[in-house]
Ligand binder design. Structure first.
Ligand code: ADP
Length: 366
């Protein structure tokens, strides 16, 4: 039966465990043999007990836990072809020729590279006497399927990445906590949230917490934004609010691409408005805690679809990535999804927000 390895790679996100569990159990249901690969690509390169056959009960209690129980890593060796050749050898040793990779765009790009290089590595391993002719004949191709685990919701081909819902929920809980103390003291808070170059978390957090002002990379403020911000905050205060909340995406920039720093915003509010202002950088709490129902559900449905995509695929099928668009679980070519993500990032870099919105119509910009 088909041997399918599953790994989590890059930054962790809530719901990765639920995805691993779904992949393992659906593989078993569909007559395949699942393998857990520990510590992301590092586990592939290290081999040995980092690659372990998985039974139904090995993923018990995975569904509701945040983070990733099989570990994740950023692996330098895997960035080099020599490192990837060792990974190929380790996979062949375990008889695995199918991989489900749960990670961000970096991890998924790496998986696609591995698949393309696979036949060359197999040939080289055979030429070096490391694998037999029989093995070289048996393991001609690698099949890979990508699943997007990322709190940032920064992949263009899917409406929702696994972890984004939980991270957003964590941010809302944190801002709610800040609000009670801010109200007591009539304070202003500048809250910095994650998202790398993507403002999805910041924008949705602002909507969900009723924040007074927002900075996201996709909509850099132009001109004298300091005055605009101060005027906006004064208006909400004179309308009766006791607090001011400014949400800042970690990748926020102005219209000249200079980063907008939380500390700078604090100084503006303190000096111009005289507000008692504090900065809270939420940091890694955003990655923590149990996955929301949405993430558990999304990861479970997508994990099941990943196995179906494997069973449908032929050696000529482009590497698929599982997504969700307009409430339907989708399977799309991974390369196109990553290319689209890069185009959106470039459009934002070029300040062509119209194009970014066209490329990703259901994104934060509509
Ligand atoms: P993410 O998957 O969250 O975007 P990274 O970009 O850090 O996170 O990627 C995680 C790991 O995936 C890297 O440490 C590396 O081992 C592998 N990887 C990333 N990009 C590539 C690439 N272009 N080619 C091969 N491997 C890659």
């Amino acid at each position: 039966s088909k041997r399918i390895g599953v790994l989590t790679s890059g930054g962790d996100s809530q719901g990765m465990n639920a995805a691993v569990r779904a992949v393992v159990r659906m593989a078993i249901v569909r007559g395949c043999k699942p393998y857990l690969i520990y510590e992301g690509y590092q586990g592939l390169v290290s081999g040995g007990d980092k690659i372990r056959s998985a039974s139904w009960n090995d993923v018990s209690n995975f569904l509701t836990l945040g983070g990733t129980l099989i570990g994740t890593a950023r692996c330098m060796d895997f960035l080099k072809p020599e490192g990837r050749r060792i990974a190929v050898h380790n996979l062949i040793k375990h008889g695995i020729d199918t991989l489900v990779v749960i990670g961000g765009d970096g991890s998924l790009t790496g998986a696609d590279t591995l698949r393309h290089e696979w036949p060359d590595h197999v040939k080289q391993l055979h030429d070096d006497g490391k694998i037999s002719q029989q093995e070289a004949d048996k393991y001609r191709n690698l099949m890979i399927v990508g699943m997007v685990g990322s709190i940032d919701n920064d992949l263009a081909s899917t409406d929702m990445t696994i972890g984004a819902s939980s991270a957003l929920t964590r941010i809302c809980e944190s801002v709610d906590s800040i609000l009670s103390t801010a109200t007591s003291h009539r304070r202003a808070f500048v809250v910095e949230v994650m998202g790398r170059h993507c403002g999805w978390l910041a924008m949705n957090a602002a909507i969900c917490t009723g924040a007074d002002y927002l900075f996201i990379p996709e909509d850099p403020p132009a001109g004298d934004w300091e005055t605009d911000m101060c005027e906006a905050l004064k208006r909400t205060r004179s309308a009766g609010k006791r607090t001011s909340i400014v949400i800042v995406a970690e990748g926020a920039i102005d219209d000249k691409c200079n980063p907008i720093k939380s500390e700078f915003i604090k100084d503006v509010l303190t000096q111009r408005l005289g507000y008692d202002t504090r900065v809270t950088i939420l940091g890694h709490v955003q990655r923590g805690g149990s996955p929301t129902a949405v993430d558990r559900y999304l990861a479970t449905l997508q994990g099941a679809e990943a196995i179906e995509a494997i069973l449908r695929a032929t050696p000529d099928t482009p590497s698929p990535v599982i997504g969700i668009l307009e409430n339907k679980i989708t399977t799309q070519p991974l390369k196109e999804a990553i290319a689209l993500t890069k185009q959106v990032a470039k459009a934002i870099q070029d300040h062509d927000f119209q194009r970014a919105a066209e490329l990703r119509p259901r994104s934060f910009l509509t």
